[in-house]
Design a protein. Sequence first.
Length: 286
Amino acid sequence: MADSCASPTAPPSIGGGSLLIAWQLKDKNVLIVGGGEVASQRIESVLTADAHITLLAPAKGVHARTKELIDTYPSRITYHDRRFSGPAEIHKMDMVLTALDDVNRSREICEMCRKNKVPVNAADIPELCDFYFGAQIRDGPLQIMISTNGNGPRMAALMKKKINSALSGKEGGAIERVGVLRSQLKERAPGVGGALGRKRMKWMSEVCNIWEMDELMQLDDAFITKLLDEGWDKNCVPTLDQLKGRTTRKTSRHTQSSDSSQWLLAMGSFALGAVCTTLILLSRKR
Ligand SMILES: C[C@@]1(CC(=O)O)C2=NC(=C\c3[nH]c(c(CCC(=O)O)c3CC(=O)O)Cc3[nH]c(c(CC(=O)O)c3CCC(=O)O)/C=C3\N/C(=C\2)[C@@H](CCC(=O)O)[C@]3(C)CC(=O)O)/[C@H]1CCC(=O)O
Ligand SMILES: NC(=O)c1ccc[n+]([C@@H]2O[C@H](COP(=O)([O-])OP(=O)(O)OC[C@H]3O[C@@H](n4cnc5c(N)ncnc54)[C@H](O)[C@@H]3O)[C@@H](O)[C@H]2O)c1
C-alpha cells in the first residue's frame, strides 16, 4: 500500500539514458576514417542524411561495398587513398566517425576531435564516443532507431526484427502523404502559432486519428486539394469515403458518436430479448 507520509510530489527518477534526436546533417561535412565493412555502413547512414563525406582509407583495405559507394556517389564522397594524417583533417568537419582496426589511432583521433569540439563516434569503443549508432528501420520519412545505450547491440538488432514484424509496410508511404498534406495546409493557412496555428494542429491531428494508414496512402494530389476544400475550408474532417462521394459506416467524429448510440440500442434490444426468452422458458418449466 502507498505510504501516506511519502511526498506526493516526488518525481520519478530521471537519468541513465542518452538523448534521442534526429540530427539534421544536410550539406554538413562528415569525416569517415577507415574503409572496411563498418565504414561502408556508416557511409550509407551519412548519405541518407544528405551530408558530404570525406573518406580516408588506404585502397588496399577498402571493402567491396565501400568501393561501390565511392564509385556510385563521386560528388558526395571525396575519397583519399591514404591514412589519417593529423589534426588538420578534422578542421571544418561537423562530425567524425572512425571505423578502424587500430584502437590507439582511434583514441588519438577522438582526442583531437574533443579538443576541437567536433562530435565523434569510434565504432565499438563506447568510452570514446560522443554518441552511439543504433539499429535502424527506415521506410521513407519514417525513421526508427533502436538503442540499448551500449548494453547489448545484438539485442538492438533483435528488437529491430520484432518491430519490423509489427509494421505493415504502409507507414512510410502514409507519412509521406501526410507530409505533403501538411505543407499544402500551411500554404493555405500560413503563419506560426496563434489561434490559426492551434486550429491547424487540431485539424491535422484529427485527420491522422480518423484516417487509416492505407487510406492516407491514397491521398494523391487531387484528394489533398479536395480534403482541404471540403474539410479545412468547411471546418470539418471528412473521411476518404465521404470525399469519394460514398457514405459508409466509417465516418468523421461527429457521426461516430451516433454510430455508438446505434450500437448501444442494438445491444439493449438484444439484452431485453434474452431476458424475455429466459422468463418464457422459466414460466414453461413451472
Ligand atoms: C546497433 C549497431 C549499429 C551500428 O553499429 O550501425 C551497433 N552495433 C551493432 C552490432 C554489433 N556490434 C557488436 C556485435 C556483437 C554482439 C554483441 O556484443 O552484442 C553486434 C551484433 C551484430 O553484429 O549483429 C559488437 C560491439 N559493439 C560495441 C562493442 C563495444 C562494447 O560494447 O564495449 C562491441 C564489442 C563487444 C565485445 O568486444 O565483446 C559497441 C557499440 N555498438 C553500437 C552499435 C553502439 C551501441 C548500440 C546499442 O547499444 O544499442 C556502440 C556502443 C558504439 C557504436 O559502435 O556506435 C549494430 C547493429 C545494427 C543492426 O544489425 O541493425
Ligand atoms: N559497431 C559495429 O556494428 C561493429 C561490427 C563489427 C566490427 N566493429 C568494429 O569496427 C571496427 C572496424 O571494423 P571493420 O570490420 O570495418 O574493420 P576492417 O579491418 O575491415 O577495416 C578497417 C579499415 O580501417 C583502415 N585503416 C586502418 N588504419 C587507418 C588509418 N590510420 N587511417 C585510415 N584508415 C585506416 C583499414 O585500411 C581498413 O579499411 C573494428 O574495430 C571492429 O571491431 C564494429
